[in-house]
Write a protein that binds this ligand. Structure first.
Ligand code: AMP
Length: 408
């Protein structure tokens, strides 16, 4: 039995999960969660964090319930205090390793890495590419290292799964020298999710992952699409940063870059304001005033026109990526929905794939709307492309990747 602590540190949050992993259990096993918790002062500030309403109810076995930065006496004020509080609540006896989610691994990290001083320095070097996330991830690693001396720490990168992109798929068509100098490159994100979900899709279909071509649609508060060819990422919608691609809860996704020049020149907006506009006040919240798909669907059902338009824009963008990735892959075996919206919103799944029957993509209404929760196929039997819903489990993927590094 191995015990792995998985830490996901945002700028103002610390989320943890503790897993007991029986010997021989791989990525496809159900995660044996012993405890989980979260400390969070402002969920909206960490743009990959879920909306406040669905921050996990925090305690399963036990966990940190305070929020970083709240003024109540005793509340953790920083990552060190939050982790110390968690450690006071949960037993870390016999801990095998700590796995850390690290958002940006740049081109340096193609796989998870055992943390040493050189790895820490390399993650710090990537801060300009992920100024909000990497410093927080680094803080978490440093805190865990000092509070748990002697326990191996492993960094698992959101970008690493996409390092298999071909140069044609990862190169932006701008001046090559400028791109090289400033690291302008499609890195892609949500890699742990696309990795585990594409493997679980192949398992669901009873086929080796090497033989299956899948488009995975991670639709959460952040959202991205990935073309996975035989288990390898060959295309993904997020790019240099998590801003590109699909419409998200608060981010615009794809835009004409000239919109930025226009807002700067004509509206006189400083770049910092445009950054905030595109990352925090766009997407569903920009179009309809709400970033939560549940609320958006409820508004749409009452005839709210802004909500209806936001829904159409959101679904149309997904459909466009499905078409593009189908063309890139040449042969498509499966399309898989995952994350908060993908797993729970049949209306989005149906609308996003509507009208694609001639491509062999059909959603069966009864299967789509059945109130099931596990991995399942929602296309008709024998449809050329299996449409699937597969719950993601990024923490479990980080735990199993961490054990893989420690065992190596
Ligand atoms: P995630 O980032 O994967 O935690 O996804 C969070 C998002 O999932 C929320 O902002 C909601 O928009 C969405 N979500 C969660 N549950 C549901 C549901 N039952 N129906 C529609 N959307 C949901």
């Amino acid at each position: 039995m191995s015990r792995v602590l998985v830490l996901n540190c945002g700028s103002s949050s610390l989320k943890y999960r503790l897993f007991d992993v029986p010997a021989g259990h791989g990525w496809n096993a159900a995660g044996g969660v012993v405890a989980r918790g979260a400390a969070d002062s402002d969920p909206a500030r960490d743009d990959e964090a879920p909306a406040a309403a669905e921050v996990e109810p925090v305690v399963v076995a036990s966990g940190v319930v305070e929020r970083i930065g709240e003024s109540e006496p005793g509340a953790p004020q920083n990552h060190a205090e939050a982790l110390a509080a968690a450690m006071a609540e949960i037993s870390l006896d016999g801990l095998t390793a700590v796995g850390h989610r690290v958002v940006h691994g740049g081109l340096t990290f193609t796989a998870p890495a055992l943390v040493d001083d050189a790895v820490l320095a390399a993650i710090a070097d990537l801060v300009p590419l992920a100024p909000l996330h990497n410093p927080a991830n680094l803080a978490g690693i440093q805190v865990a290292r000092s509070l748990l001396p002697g326990v191996p720490q492993v960094a698992v990168f959101d970008t690493a799964f996409h390092r298999t992109l071909s140069p044609a798929a990862s190169t932006y068509a701008i001046d090559a020298e400028t791109a090289e100098r400033y690291g302008i490159h499609r890195y892609g994100f949500h890699g742990t999710s696309h990795a585990i979900v594409s493997r679980r899709t192949a398992a669901l279909l009873g086929r080796p992952v090497e033989e299956v071509n899948t488009i995975t649609l991670h639709l959460g508060n952040g959202a991205s699409a990935c073309a996975v060819e035989g288990g390898r990422s060959v295309g993904t919608s997020m790019g240099l940063s998590p801003l590109e691609g699909l419409v998200m809860g608060t981010r615009s996704g794809d835009l004409d870059p000239a919109i930025i020049f226009h807002l700067h020149r004509v509206a006189g907006m400083p770049l910092s304001e445009i950054d905030e506009l595109l990352n925090r006040r766009s997407g569903l919240v920009g179009l309809a005033g709400v970033n939560d798909m549940r609320v958006l669907l409820a508004k749409r059902a009452t005839g709210d026109r802004a909500a209806a338009l936001a829904f159409e824009v959101y679904c149309r963008r997904i459909r466009s990526y499905v078409g593009a990735y189908y063309a890139d892959l040449g042969r498509l075996d499966a399309i898989t929905f995952t994350a908060g919206v993908g797993e729970n919103a049949p209306a989005v799944r149906a609308a996003a794939l509507a009208g694609l029957d001639r491509l062999g993509i059909v959603v069966d209404p009864a299967r789509n709307e059945a109130p099931e929760r596990g991995a399942r196929v929602i296309s008709p039997p024998d449809a050329p492309v299996a449409v699937c819903v597969v719950p993601t489990d990024e923490e479990w993927e980080i735990a199993t990747q961490t054990l893989g590094v420690v065992a190596a």
